[in-house]
Structures are given as structure tokens and as C-alpha cells.
Design a protein around this ligand. Structure first.
Ligand code: SF4
Length: 388
């Protein structure tokens, strides 16, 4: 009898859109320590806020849906006490996982944004929701042609793409109930042509402000979030129960409640012409933005303008999906290359790509004290004579 050697283990590397791709594009070195190395952050500001606001919206929809299935329409706006009870429940759930708000200011801001999100978005968004928290998975060929030979280290020739869609909404245009729905109007206005009567839209909540469409540095958050919904669209299309996926709707939740920093950035982006949504000349929103001075609390902008800034519609079609998948492959190839380099030379600092272009990413990073890129950006330098 001939005995064979056991084949080596075929492990499929798994890459998620948010945890891996976005993490690496924000900064490779930070991604290496926090995601691959599992080092917990000492200032998990975004972790708490992101999970809190997503959880609040999911729990609120669950309550609306339970009432709807029992024959009652229980749409927001809801009372402060009811929303506070939902917020407390979410805080307790996160605390059980060891995730706490960094300080009382962040917690208060989270409560205010949660209230706005439920009461301002819920009445028109919840009735459109078909499913929440939809898990997606798919496989693609590992982009070995983009990874230098000396850094290729895997047996696998494919990789797994994973993601979770916050919400899938289904729209039936002939349904009279959606005729005046602001979300449906925004989606239709953002599509290049009339969609079929029944279609799906992938909704992705972002616990952040609307990023500028033109950004300095290597990472354009605008583009990255665009690829993300395109890729979700493709993975969703492969599921049996999907309708035609025509668009992604990204909701930038921080636009519902502005802080001073948000207001300052908004004014700057309007002045530099780097944002796509500006107030109309002479509008109330424009007067409030121009009339605000830095020491003051920001005024409340009209809801229509805040909603316009919060909603971004990304039409999904074959060409846009193909483009996004190529970008996905490119990032996977970069991560694989960094991993291969580290395996080869045993060094971390010099092998992983660094990106110090986003101040907020570096501000919350625990590697600042030894990160060469951060030091290069922030260390004082002596005047010198340029080398010829
Ligand atoms: S300090 Fe900035 S550049 Fe350095 S690892 Fe952290 S996020 Fe990256």
C-alpha cells in the first residue's frame, strides 16, 4: 500500500471590508498592531461611538418591526425617556464586552446623536427596511500577480471577502406610501436612470461626518466608502433572496448633530470647495454657517440641509462594481505584501505602510511615541542647507 503525505493545510485568508481594508488604508502600521496583533487601543473613541450608534439604530428598528408584526405602527419620534432607555441598554451591552466611552463628553454626544438619528431618520427610514445586519461572504482569486514573488507565502490561491450590511431596504415605486419619502426621493435623484419597480438599496450607517470629496494625502475616505458599498452590492447580488441592487445609501450620522469641530471643518471645506454639499447662496443654512464664530456653540442647521449632507447615494452597476473589486484586490495585495515582508525579515516598523495624513487617526493611535512617520511629521527640524 502506498502512503501519501498529508497535504499542507489550505487556509483561506479572510479580509473584511471595514476591519481589514479600511483599517489598512487608514494606516498599515496601526492596522498591524490593532487588527492583526490584537493590541487593544487605549483610546477606543471611534470603537465605542461606532458600535453604540449602530446598535441604537438596530435596536430601535427591531422594536418598530416587532410592533409592526403585531399589527401596530409605532414610528418615532419617541420620547426622551424611551430613547434614553435604548441608549442605556446599548451602553450596558457594550460595557459587558469591555467597550466604554472614552469620557463623559463623548457619551453625551453619543446620546444626542442617537436621539437625532432615531427621531429624524426613523420615521421615513424604518418603514423601508427589509432586513438588518445581513452577513455577506464571497471568494476571489488572490491577486498574486500584484504581490512580488519573494513576498508570496501562502498555499491558498483564493481569499474570502466578508462584510455585514447594516440594512437592506426594498423599495416598490408603485407603493403610494413611498411617494413622498425623502430617502426614496434622494435615491431616485442619485440614480442615472429609472430603476425597476422593485429594487434594493444597501444602507450603510457611518458614525462620522461627510468626508470631503477631494482630500489631501494617500487615503481618500470618500473613495474608500464608495468602494465599500459597491463591493457589498456585488456580494448581496450573489445571495438567493436579493432583488436587483441598484444603489448604496451611505448615511453620515454625525451630520445630524454638529460639534464645533464639525462646524469649523464644514466652513473650511465650503471655502476650499472640497465638499460636494454646500448651502444654497442666501439660504438660512448659509447665513448660520457664515455668521458662526469659533468660540460659540454651533447653531442648529435646517433639517433639510443636515439630511442632504447626511445622505450619499452611490449608484451600483456592473462597471462600478468591477472597478471597486479591482481596488479591493489592490489593497489585499498590499496587505499580503506587508505580511510577506514581515515574515521574511521579522521587522514590523519598517515593513508596514504608514499613513500620517489623517490627523484624527494619528491622534487616537498608541504608536505615536515610536512611529517614525508621525515623528517625521511632528518633530521640530533645524534649518539646514539643501543638498545639491
Ligand atoms: S502615529 Fe499615525 S502614521 Fe504612525 S502608526 Fe499611528 S496612525 Fe500610523
Amino acid at each position: 500500500m502506498q502512503l501519501f503525505r498529508r497535504p499542507s493545510i489550505y487556509a483561506l485568508p479572510s479580509y473584511s471590508l471595514t476591519g481589514d481594508l479600511l483599517g489598512f488604508l487608514r494606516c498599515g502600521l496601526q492596522y498591524r498592531y490593532t487588527r492583526i496583533g490584537n493590541l487593544p487601543s487605549t483610546r477606543p473613541v471611534q470603537l465605542w461611538f461606532g458600535q453604540f450608534i449602530h446598535g441604537v439604530l438596530e435596536e430601535s428598528f427591531r422594536r418598530f418591526d416587532t410592533a409592526r408584526k403585531a399589527g401596530t405602527i409605532d414610528l418615532p419620534p419617541w420620547t426622551d425617556a424611551r430613547i434614553a432607555e435604548i441608549c442605556d441598554l446599548l451602553k450596558a451591552r457594550l460595557a459587558a464586552q469591555g467597550i466604554y466611552p472614552y469620557d463623559a463628553t463623548l457619551e453625551d454626544l453619543g446620546d444626542k446623536r442617537a436621539k437625532r438619528a432615531i427621531n429624524e431618520l426613523g420615521p421615513e427610514l424604518f418603514p423601508l427596511i427589509r432586513r438588518a445586519e445581513v452577513r455577506l461572504t464571497g471568494a476571489r482569486a488572490l491577486p498574486t500577480s500584484k504581490i512580488p514573488k519573494q513576498y508570496q507565502f501562502r498555499e491558498a490561491d483564493r481569499y474570502e471577502m466578508v462584510g455585514v450590511i447594516d440594512v437592506i431596504s426594498s423599495v416598490e415605486l408603485q407603493n403610494p406610501l413611498v411617494q413622498n419619502n425623502r430617502f426614496v426621493k434622494a435615491i431616485l435623484a442619485g440614480l442615472p436612470s429609472t430603476p425597476p419597480n422593485a429594487f434594493e438599496v444597501i444602507v450603510d450607517y457611518k458614525g462620522m461626518r461627510r468626508p470631503p470629496v477631494k482630500a489631501a494625502g494617500q487615503t481618500s475616505l470618500w473613495e474608500i466608502y464608495g468602494w465599500q458599498v459597491q463591493t457589498y452590492g456585488e456580494l448581496r447580488r450573489r445571495q438567493d433572496d436579493s432583488l436587483q441592487v441598484t444603489a448604496g445609501l451611505i448615511i453620515y450620522l454625525n451630520e445630524l448633530f454638529h460639534t464645533r469641530t464639525d462646524f469649523d471643518l464644514l466652513r473650511k471645506e465650503i471655502k476650499d470647495n472640497t465638499t460636494d454639499i454646500k448651502p444654497a447662496p442666501g439660504s438660512k443654512a448659509e447665513q448660520l454657517i457664515l455668521g458662526w464664530s469659533k468660540g460659540q456653540d454651533p447653531p442648529e442647521l435646517p433639517f433639510e440641509f443636515r439630511l442632504e449632507r447626511a445622505l450619499r447615494v452611490e449608484p451600483i452597476d456592473k462597471a462600478s462594481v468591477d472597478k471597486a473589486l479591482v481596488q479591493f484586490d489592490e489593497v489585499v495585495a498590499k496587505i499580503e505584501t506587508c505580511r510577506g515582508k514581515e515574515l521574511g525579515n521579522g521587522k514590523i516598523l519598517s515593513t508596514w505602510d504608514k499613513n500620517s495624513s489623517d490627523d484624527s487617526t494619528c491622534a487616537a493611535c498608541d504608536s505615536r511615541t515610536f512611529c517614525p512617520e508621525f515623528k517625521k511629521e511632528t518633530s521640530p527640524r533645524l534649518p539646514a542647507i539643501a543638498q545639491k
